[in-house]
Design a protein around this ligand. Structure first.
Ligand SMILES: *[C@@H]1O[C@H](CO)[C@@H](O)[C@H](O)[C@H]1NC(C)=O
Ligand SMILES: *[C@@H]1O[C@H](CO)[C@@H](O)[C@H](O)[C@H]1NC(C)=O
Ligand SMILES: *[C@@H]1O[C@H](CO)[C@@H](O)[C@H](O)[C@H]1NC(C)=O
Ligand SMILES: *[C@@H]1O[C@H](CO)[C@@H](O)[C@H](O)[C@H]1NC(C)=O
Ligand SMILES: *[C@@H]1O[C@H](CO)[C@@H](O)[C@H](O)[C@H]1NC(C)=O
Length: 472
């Protein structure tokens, strides 16, 4: 809110609207739209072609939900009239026919939901899902591609581009199943190049990930014609949703989540998608959608970045619109569905625990399931221990907690020297093994060590000292 005030202090009606609670949205809609039409601009609500890039950044059945989210997003855009030639989908594609999937060939994104896998595009699958391929797609550079369908964003200056990513993230990073991670500085540099190359009139970005705000905070300029929202701010996790069990102590729920044994969706993602399906997108603005998504995503802070004035455009500008009449479903009805939310980084444990519970006692299957769960837990302690040893080694008696938890003010990039962060992550993984979903959170410690001026050689020495000979 502080940031918005400084950016748009003069746009009083706009600010008033952002301050309104969800209950007031429909009442205020008319006056808001009057403000919009009086202000003259079309906020990107013009002609041109609608393009979309959809990215599921994970693999593995324990991460079922990210691919389900992306399949679901594809179905919405398709039903809303976007053409396959204008949609590019990154999906590892190991879920639909996974041995753990009780409905082979079918993926659902909510309990009793429809099959969102049907007809989904698969432009980049498996190990073709790399940061490098994503950048090539966004820049429309076919020669830089490695594998895949070869489809790239062939958009031009009148076009509208929608980008949606769902997966694990961490401070300054979005993960990818293969190759390097997506680092925030590289991602925003690609956006700058897209702007220079006139690859869009305006662009909308939705990101589901832990610490998703750290991808754009202090980095995405207001003058690129890009408006973004994220599932979480720069310092908190986002939430898996429609899970078979919630936090420790909560009662397991039945139905589809239990049947699948894994979380079926993510809270922010299903919030924008179910909202998009329940409303006439030709009448709902991005700002209205943001407010509703923010209201439903009440376990983390949904954030806005970039040129927030673009949120005055109708959602249909980017996501299209169904031809038949949409019967509006009230928010209360969407919210009451039976579900459990789990922090993004603990959702894999839900799956491994569920496997243990499900296996018949004293069978090879149950021994195997227990072994996999133990391995996950052991890996977590390994990462906890090695990171705290590294910090101790580098800082001696210095307050380790502050190195693990310190965060910058929310108008600044999380790190100054991005090469330092990349080197630290690479160095750690070289000597201590991959961070994986849970360990990813420790890029915050690496960010803080970079900001504290730790040099690369010291980081290497500390990693060797903490892990040498202790990793397979
Ligand atoms: C978007 O364009 C349509 C058709 O030109 C127009 O009716 C509508 O008022 C515009 N909306 C905004 C928010 O500019
Ligand atoms: C496309 O990628 C290739 C290979 O990475 C590079 O050499 C070339 O300069 C890029 N083209 C543009 C227009 O950026
Ligand atoms: C979040 O919203 C859900 C659904 O409306 C509600 O059941 C839950 O109590 C809320 N949680 C918090 C922490 O406000
Ligand atoms: C949609 O609703 C409008 C107004 O209620 C009605 O005039 C129109 O015939 C409907 N169109 C379809 C395809 O049902
Ligand atoms: C260590 O840092 C944390 C977080 O910054 C702070 O809450 C705590 O008081 C500090 N402890 C000491 C002993 O300085």
């Amino acid at each position: 809110m502080t940031m918005m005030t400084s950016l748009y202090g003069s746009l009083v009606p706009f600010l008033l609207l952002t301050a309104l609670t969800i209950a007031d949205v429909s009442e205020s809609r008319r006056s808001f739209q009057e403000t919009v039409s009086k202000s003259g601009g079309d906020y990107g609500n013009g002609t041109g072609t609608r393009w979309a890039v959809l990215v599921a950044g994970s693999s593995g059945y324990q991460n079922f939900r990210h691919q389900a989210d992306v399949c679901h997003a594809y179905q919405i855009l398709k039903a809303n009239g976007l053409k396959d030639e204008n949609i590019i989908v990154f999906i590892y594609d190991d879920i639909a026919n996974h041995q753990n999937n009780p409905t082979k060939g079918i993926i659902v994104n909510k309990p009793n939901g429809p099959n969102v896998y049907k007809g989904v595009l698969k432009d980049y699958t498996g190990d073709e899902i790399t940061a490098a391929n994503l950048y090539a797609v966004l820049l429309g550079n076919k020669t830089a591609l490695n594998g895949g369908s070869g489809k790239v964003l062939n958009s031009g200056p009148n076009d509208h581009v929608f980008f949606y990513y769902s997966d694990h993230g961490t401070t300054g990073v979005m993960t990818m199943p293969a190759g390097d991670y997506i680092y925030a500085d590289d991602f925003v540099n690609v956006l700058r190049q897209m702007y220079k190359a006139k690859k869009y009139k305006n662009m909308v970005i939705y990101i589901e990930a832990c610490e998703a705000g750290s991808i754009l905070q202090g980095l995405l300029p207001r003058d690129l014609g890009i408006y973004a929202t994220t599932a979480s701010n720069a310092e908190e996790n986002s939430w898996a949703y429609y899970c078979p069990t919630g936090p420790p102590g909560s009662v397991p729920i039945g139905g589809d989540p239990a049947k699948y044994g894994t979380c079926l969706g993510d809270l922010y993602s299903i919030a924008w998608m179910e909202d998009s399906e329940a409303n006439d997108l030709g009448k709902e603005t991005l700002q209205e959608q943001y407010l509703k998504v923010k209201d439903r995503t009440n376990l983390s802070h949904v954030m806005q970045y970039g040129d927030t004035i673009l949120s005055k455009a109708f959602v249909s500008t980017y996501m299209g619109q169904r031809s038949e009449n949409v019967s509006t479903i009230p928010l209360e009805e969407l919210s009451t569905s039976n579900s459990q939310a789990v922090p993004q980084r603990d959702a894999d444990l839900v799956f491994f625990q569920h496997q243990v519970q499900k296996a018949p006692k004293d069978t090879a299957e149950s021994v195997e399931a227990q072994k996999r769960l133990d391995e996950q837990i052991a890996h977590r302690s390994h990462v906890d221990r090695s990171i705290s040893q590294i910090v101790n080694h580098l800082f001696g008696d210095f307050n380790v907690t502050s190195m693990l938890t310190a965060v910058r003010p929310n108008d600044q990039p999380v790190v100054d020297d991005w090469d330092c962060l990349k080197t630290f992550v690479r160095t750690y993984q070289q000597y201590c093994g991959r961070l994986r979903e849970y360990g990813m959170q420790y890029t915050r410690a690496m960010v803080n060590m970079c900001n504290a001026g730790v040099d690369k050689d010291s980081m290497k020495a500390a990693s060797i000292q903490a892990c040498y000979g202790k990793v397979e």
